[in-house]
Design a binder for this molecule. Structure first.
Ligand code: GTP
Ligand code: MG
Ligand code: ZN
Length: 360
């Protein structure tokens, strides 16, 4: 057991997960980590081998939302068969963190991005992709999911150092404690600092628009061009995504990384905590609003509006906060509506069944 847990620790398992597993389950199952998600199957790792896995029927039949299925990074209880060439997943262990996003479109539904991530590397390129409002969106998502965000600004080779400093300062101005690192995959400047922030046994996730250099960075961290990147294109985020799937990769210096495809739309899902943490300077003023439930839009005695008017808060950040807050409320509402609908449907089914029974 000691031996196994050391291998799993290297895969990122910490003690808190072990505490969630009953002794009896440890006798019947092995703990494994989902390292890739395919269409109807998974790859799981026990720290030694990567094995194709399928879900036990119980999980499929009782699933009522995407949350009930494994995501990359999940810890699961599994049984291995045929000399460790095949596995069945029996249970998903409770998650330390879960990155999800709303699926594109008006419908409130969501996709799982990754589970049990410790640190999110939010990547923006210093040239075309640099955008504070978009960055705030990613930060809300990470903060909401209980994941430490670190901002990586790529393609520093394309800008003068003064421009780079200005762009970093613009981020730091309102979020002084946020770690922001410029780097270049091209001339490798700053890569050492990125590596230095990475700790063994922690799981990192690469997030950011298509074409900003996430996979190129991963290849640099691995030390070889293992994963496919985009062929140099004139414009970023045009054309197809180079990365089309998510996979858990263990680096030889200890950290674990999940690369993700660039996201076009980053819908958020009811994100109150994420908003509060990302816009903490706005929340400080909100404490002084006249009304407890102030939405900071047009209320009397709103300390936030007052601060914006007096130039104490950035108007751009304020607007982005309001926009995301509205979306979050909408998503939450639709989510509750949907649940209500589900309940109605269950009730309906029950009454139909009753009718059928009484007609017999
Ligand atoms: N000049 C410059 N180009 C870079 C840098 N990093 C990546 N690129 C180029 O940017 C393009 C996109 O890189 P990828 O690593 O495929 O981008 P990605 O973020 O993984 O994109 P998706 O997988 O589509 O989400 C490639 O042509 C890279 O060569 C950099 O630091 N400087
Ligand atoms: Mg990629
Ligand atoms: Zn207010």
């Amino acid at each position: 057991m000691n031996n196994i847990s050391e291998k799993l620790e290297k895969l990122g398992l910490d003690k808190c997960f072990l505490e969630t597993v009953a002794l009896e389950d440890l006798e019947n199952f092995e703990i494994a980590r989902v390292s890739a998600v395919h269409k109807d199957s998974y790859t799981v790792s026990n720290g030694e081998v990567d094995v194709l896995a399928e879900l036990v029927g119980k999980i499929i039949f009782s699933a009522s939302s995407p949350i009930d299925y494994p995501a990359v990074g999940d810890w699961v209880l599994a049984n291995f068969y045929d000399e460790y060439t095949f596995a069945i997943i029996h249970e998903i262990l409770p998650r330390k963190s879960l990155l999800k996003r709303k699926t594109p479109g008006k419908k409130v539904d969501y996709q799982l991005i990754a589970a049990n991530i410790d640190v999110a590397f939010i990547v923006q390129s210093l040239n075309e992709n640099y955008n504070l409002r978009r960055l705030e969106r990613y930060l809300v998502m990470a903060n909401e999911s209980n994941i430490q965000p670190i901002v990586l600004l790529s393609k520093s080779d394309l800008l003068a150092s003064e421009d780079i400093a200005n762009k970093i300062n613009a981020i730091k101005q309102n979020m002084p404690r946020l770690q922001v690192l410029p780097f270049s995959n091209e001339n490798e400047s700053g890569l050492a600092s990125v590596k230095e922030t990475m700790q063994p046994r922690l799981t990192y996730c690469l997030l950011g628009s298509s074409g900003v250099g996430k996979t190129t960075l991963l290849n640099k961290l691995i030390g070889e061009s293992k994963y496919k990147t985009k062929i140099v294109s004139k414009k970023e985020s045009k054309g197809r995504h180079a990365t089309t799937h998510r996979e858990l990769i263990k680096l030889d210096f200890g950290p674990i990384v999940v690369d993700t495809p660039g996201m076009r739309e980053l819908g958020s899902f009811s994100v109150s905590t994420g908003l509060e943490e990302t816009f903490s300077e706005i929340m400080k003023f909100a404490d002084n609003c006249q009304f407890n439930n102030c939405a900071h839009v047009s209320e009397k005695g709103c300390a936030v509006l007052d601060a914006v008017e007096r130039g104490l808060l950035s108007a751009d950040r304020y607007q982005n906060y309001i926009k995301m807050n509205k979306e979050s409320n909408y998503n939450e509402m639709s989510y509750l509506e949907k649940k209500k609908k589900d309940k109605k449907f269950v009730k309906h089914c029950k009454s139909v069944m009753k009718q059928i029974k009484s007609q017999r």
